[in-house]
Design a protein around this ligand. Structure first.
Ligand code: OGA
Ligand code: MN
Length: 301
């Protein structure tokens, strides 16, 4: 795919073989010209995730930036939303002020982000891409708090042929209700959330709609390990092998946040996970807008 030419004054630096790019010189506080929006979409296609530096955006401006990529998801989950349902508050500081206690369910729920996943995997139509804006980042001396990405095209292509054949027809079951198995401190599933998100099943192998049918792995590690098409134990064993596989450094890239970073990632071909940090000592505040996908997790045809 030809690399798109950045708009005047904008610089893009590619980050590495797992892809990703850093973007300087954009000011998303101003109305975003259609040509800039088109460039952002193309740059995301090429690089899978973009770190747009230096963005101090209010909620309206972040929504406008996200809308360049498509219609937004809304969240009925109370632990995720700020005043408006298009935001997920990824923070250890409560919107009403003050650092959250370690057992605050809103903070416990964020522990799920520390296991490989793709956003909105539990919806029948998983997300297209996410935009996470760092409002307060950890200071230099703090350990952890980075976000890691793993490239599912590379991970799929590096699997042995026999494994690729084995997983071709399998699906994975995704269910919000599984979360509590991993974190029993979570409150029981809210009936409104249960109603909105019944269990969904997605192919383990995805075909990226915009990438000429290129195949990639689709999975999450922050839920159960139920694979439909295999016995329970066999499915769990396969899942454990795949989780180790996607964690190999050759597919991964780690992002250390600075305040003002707006990260945009393609959920259709990347996994991500947050690295743990000491939430009792350091403040970390980010706000996510999530762009809806345009079809179920389409598998091979
Ligand atoms: C997310 C997420 C990880 C992190 O916002 O979707 O998974 O490092 N975040 O905060
Ligand atoms: Mn996430």
């Amino acid at each position: 795919m030809a690399l798109p030419v950045p708009p005047p004054g904008v610089e893009l630096r590619a980050l590495g073989p797992a892809r990703g790019a850093e973007v300087d010189g954009l000011d998303l506080r101003r109305p975003i010209a259609p040509a800039v929006a088109a460039w952002l979409r193309e740059a995301l296609q090429c690089h899978h995730f973009l770190c747009v530096r230096g963005q101090v955006l209010d909620e309206e401006q972040q929504v406008a930036a996200a809308a360049c990529f498509g219609p937004l998801e809304t969240f009925p989950e109370r632990q995720k939303t700020r005043a408006r349902p298009t935001f997920y508050n990824v923070a250890n500081v409560a919107p009403e002020g003050g650092t959250m206690a370690p057992d605050d369910p809103r903070l416990v729920a964020q522990k799920l982000n520390e296991l490989w996943h793709t956003d909105s995997y539990y919806r029948f139509v998983p997300s297209r891409c996410s935009l996470l804006l760092a409002i307060e980042a950890l200071p230099g001396e703090a350990e952890g708090g980075e976000t890691e990405f793993s490239n599912m095209f590379l991970a799929y292509e590096a699997l042995p042929d026999a494994t690729r054949r084995r997983i071709e027809a399998l699906h994975m079951v995704h269910d919000y209700g599984f979360d509590q198995r991993l974190f029993p401190a979570l409150p029981p599933l809210d009936p409104a959330v249960r109603e909105a998100f019944p269990p969904a099943s997605h192919p383990r192998v995805r075909v990226h709609p915009d990438r000429g049918g290129r195949r990639s792995l689709f999975m999450t590690a922050n839920t159960g390990a139920e694979v439909s098409g295999l016995g329970l134990e066999e499915g769990r064993a396969l899942h454990a092998v795949l989780v180790r596989h996607v964690s190999q450094p050759g597919f991964c890239l780690r992002h250390r946040w600075r305040a003002g970073d707006l990260m945009v990632w393609d959920n259709r071909c990347l996994l991500h996970r947050g690295r743990p940090y000491d939430a009792t000592r350091f403040r970390r505040v980010a706000r996510r807008t999530t762009v809806a996908g345009d079809g179920p997790g389409a598998g091979p045809r």
